[in-house]
Write a protein that binds this ligand. Structure first.
Ligand code: HEM
Length: 491
């Protein structure tokens, strides 16, 4: 009895001391923010609606730049175009570090192009950009690959004869196949069991990371990781995908022809062989697996989710769909497949795709950054290795740039003459040195897949447009649109 009272007293005194002491010494010059509690951080200030809502509410009190404690992690939050540009572009090098997504960190552990830092990141990013460009420009351009994939999809959708279907898998298949053809040198059949299982795991993983638990996990991963929970499922999923990549690497190794690399993995293996005598090389097995996983995941889930939101919006706003189809008829007609050159002549369609991305707001709180050194920013000092979240949603929904930020309206991207209106606030791919590495591929896919489908099919739903609910199913690190049924009726 005496001992437990003593322990309780010690615990209470410890907590009190931590509370009184306030922020650790190095954190005193961080931007202002709500006072954190020991261990719990700013849990008391978090909104039940999740991280984005919490940050937007705190912005009202503390301004565009403030600090919140996700559990014990201090994170500097950047809202609005000016703050994000000043950090990610004007001080690009200092803000180019990558922070942590707690749920998937045990798999990546700082390896692979998305989660690497320092020289490792620079090497992998440069190599990935050049290699992906080479395999997108060689004998078969990315444009051709996307066009071919789009025709495979048209064939598949025709088989459905206008029956209702959930488009999730098919849209994942087409986006995954583009990245698979570049990374693994092959595309997969839409009925391939193993492929479908991998895609389901991507879908589950993106949903779980974006779920409410995923956000709570960001705050208390130190503690929650020891208990059962969906983080264990995420780990298992990504491990299984890594095993698939590992098997593919082995197959590549057996058939490798040094004079004719066929894809990203071949090119990486050749570089690995060249650097065997360099003990500090970044071209090793772990970086290969995690970079392939990064490209596969980032290249599949993002673009397919955007398309899925896009077709839901087309069901909700049939007058927009009609105008897109009219433009397709005028510029492309029905006898040839859409090509990238058509985009410049199709401002309305281009504006609709921009608006889908803006409204869809796929990664509302961005992907965590980290400062690479002690950084002076707007009169504050952000210590080296502090995490920074650029809240992309705050820019994509800024009424200064978009008249009705919460409404889907392609006019946001059209000028008075009906031409495409570009705005610096269109940043779904982020900005600065960490800007999405697949932006070009993603934009090409969105245009060609979207137009090819609407050239060949009308879209219909059993739910009346006014009853279609656009509320995301999950909204955390990512936004996941609600599931829905759609029929693609041949035109
Ligand atoms: C609509 C589709 C897409 C969206 C909205 C999107 C958005 C983003 C965003 C916001 C980031 C974080 C940037 C930052 O750290 O500030 C990112 C990073 C990244 N994306 Fe994408 N992305 C898309 C498609 C793709 C595709 C198709 C690929 C692969 C071909 C890809 C590969 C990557 C990679 C490798 C990174 C990490 C870059 C780095 O850390 O240096 N993304 N993306």
């Amino acid at each position: 009895m005496g001992l437990s009272v003593l322990l309780l007293f010690a615990l209470f005194t410890g907590l009190l001391l931590l509370l009184v002491r306030g922020r650790p010494k190095g954190h005193r010059h961080l931007p202002p923010g709500p006072h954190p509690l020991p261990v719990l951080g700013n849990l008391a200030q978090m909104d039940r609606g999740g991280l984005l809502k919490s940050f937007l509410r705190l912005r009202k009190k503390y301004g565009d730049v403030f600090t919140v404690y996700l559990g014990r992690r201090p994170v500097v939050i950047l809202c609005g175009m000016d703050a994000i540009r000043e950090a990610l572009v004007d001080q690009g090098e200092a803000f180019s570090g990558r922070g942590i997504v707690a749920m998937i960190d045990p798999i990546f552990q700082g390896y692979g192009v998305i989660f690497a830092n320092g020289d490792r990141w620079k090497t992998l990013r440069r190599f990935s950009l050049v290699t992906m460009r080479d395999f997108g420009m060689g004998k078969r351009s990315v444009e051709e690959r996307i066009q071919e994939e789009a025709q495979c999809l048209v064939k598949e959708l025709k088989k459905s004869q206008g029956a209702l279907l959930d488009p999730t898998f098919l849209l994942q298949c087409i986006t995954a196949n583009i990245i698979c053809s570049i990374v693994f040198g092959e595309r997969f059949d839409y009925k391939d069991e193993e492929f479908l299982r991998l895609l389901d795991m991507f879908y589950q993983t993106f949903s779980l990371v974006s779920s409410f638990f995923g956000q709570v996990f960001e705050l208390f991963s130190d503690f929650l990781k020891y208990f059962p929970g969906t983080h264990r499922q995420v780990y298992k999923n990504l491990q299984e995908i890594n095993a698939f990549i590992g098997r593919s690497v082995e197959k590549h190794r057996k058939t490798l022809d040094p004079s004719a690399p066929r894809d990203y993995i071949d090119t990486y293996l050749l570089r690995m062989d060249k650097e065997t005598s360099n003990p500090n090389t970044e071209f090793h097995h772990q970086n290969l697996i995690t970079t392939a996983l990064s490209l596969f995941f980032a290249g599949t889930e993002t673009t397919s989710t955007t398309l899925r939101y896009g077709f839901l919006l087309m069901l909700k706003y049939p007058h927009v769909t009609e105008r897109v189809q009219k433009e397709i008829e005028q510029v492309i007609g029905s006898h040839r497949p859409p090509a990238l050159d058509d985009r410049a002549k199709m401002p309305y369609t281009d504006a609709v795709i921009h608006e889908i991305q803006r409204f869809g707001d796929l990664l509302p709180i961005g992907v965590p950054h980290m400062v690479t050194k002690d950084t002076h920013f707007r009169g504050y000092i952000i210590p080296k290795n502090t995490e920074v979240f650029p809240i992309l949603s705050s820019v994509l929904h800024d009424p200064h740039y978009f008249e009705e930020p919460d409404t889907f309206n392609p006019d946001h991207f059209l000028d008075a003459n009906g031409a495409l209106k570009k705005t610096e606030a269109f940043i779904p791919f982020s900005i600065g040195k960490r800007i999405c590495l697949g932006e070009g591929i993603a934009r090409n896919e969105l245009f060609l897949f979207f137009t090819t489908i609407l050239q060949n099919f009308s879209v219909a739903s059993p739910v009346a447009p006014e009853d279609i609910d656009l509320t995301p199913r999950e909204s955390g690190m990512g936004r996941v649109p609600p599931t829905y049924q759609i029929s693609f009726v041949p035109r």
